[in-house]
Write a protein that binds this ligand. Sequence first.
Ligand SMILES: [Zn+2]
Length: 409
Amino acid sequence: MNPVHERFLRYVKIDTASDHHSNTTPSTKKQFELAKLLEQEMRAMGLQNVSLDENGYLMATLPGNTPKAPVIGLIAHMDTSPDFTATGVNPRIINNYDGGDILLNQEQTIIMSPKDFPELLKYTGQDLITTDGTTLLGADDKAGIAEILSAVEFFMANPEIPRGDLKIGFTPDEEVGRGADHFEVEKFAADFAYTLDGGELGELEYENFNAASATVKFHGRNIHPGNAKDKMVNSQHLAMTFNAMLPAAERPEHTTGYEGFFHLNEMKGDVELAELHYIIRDHDLEKFEARKRLMTEAAGYMNQRHGAGTVELLLKDSYFNMKEKILPVMEIVEEVKGAMEAVGVKPLIKAIRGGTDGSRLSYMGLPTPNIFTGGHNYHGRFEYIPMASMDKAVEVIVETVRRFAEKAV
Ligand SMILES: [Zn+2]
């Protein structure tokens, strides 16, 4: 079997689910099981400076053969999403997919059908790796790990191919939004990097949302409802008035592409105190700032009308669009695009409607666009990955590294 598939099938069997509710780093101890296995494998391969730190960050270096070439980082995350169980992953190989329904699990009659997932039909005639219907697969992001290590192996077996130093970084806790928290950018010492953490064949991403959260508290005054005339202030009605001042069409359920939104993700309250929690998202920085201003003005207006301190607004930035940090070094996207075309992959460049570890790393001084791994339907039982897409991801890494080295000579 092709080494990238063999690696992948081994890694997915190790449960590395992260945990939103944990305060430790990594959020789950079991992530160390994969980290330690990878550490051993990387030492056995002969990589240099292999280090696994106490936070679960694994780093290593493959020295280059072209001194002037840039130092390129390759990053993937070891954890899988806590949204679906990763215990007892039992991957299945569907050879020569016939374009019909796939019976993932006979006992429980779990079927993956192109009626629900029409993209499956793109892979008719190909070999797929699926779940057995009872767990997620973990292609997100163990496919990225397998692809990076297979590319490294390929370079070691073909030392005549020009390359700069390669830095490998495997992180914990990406799925709980903390993958960049303890990433030592200086120790990693790459000029730029790529996360191998995208979806289908050809995906290439260097734009993501600007993101903030808003907590809005409304203070009311409770009086017996029988004697409430001109005395009661119901904080829940204040909250509804505030929400009504936000544009109703600019919600996640009505927006797509580059359209931003306000998302009310939690509300609670009684007459005395009501609380609304929003997230605010926009790719465009000016529009993002305007969204925060609109909330501030709405709160100010209500305080003027109902008395100072009636509404408390707490805005907090979460992450920013990496585009600002990538545009000055756009060649790091262009070379991947060129590499994809050279190995017969059609680039699918799109803006992420979310964030990545790469967006955080880009603001920490390491510009980091995102490349496909080939997987589909992440975070659930219908996750699958076409084996040929994994091969192409390895080729794209190799070709990208080679192009940068050739340009440097
Ligand atoms: Zn991922």
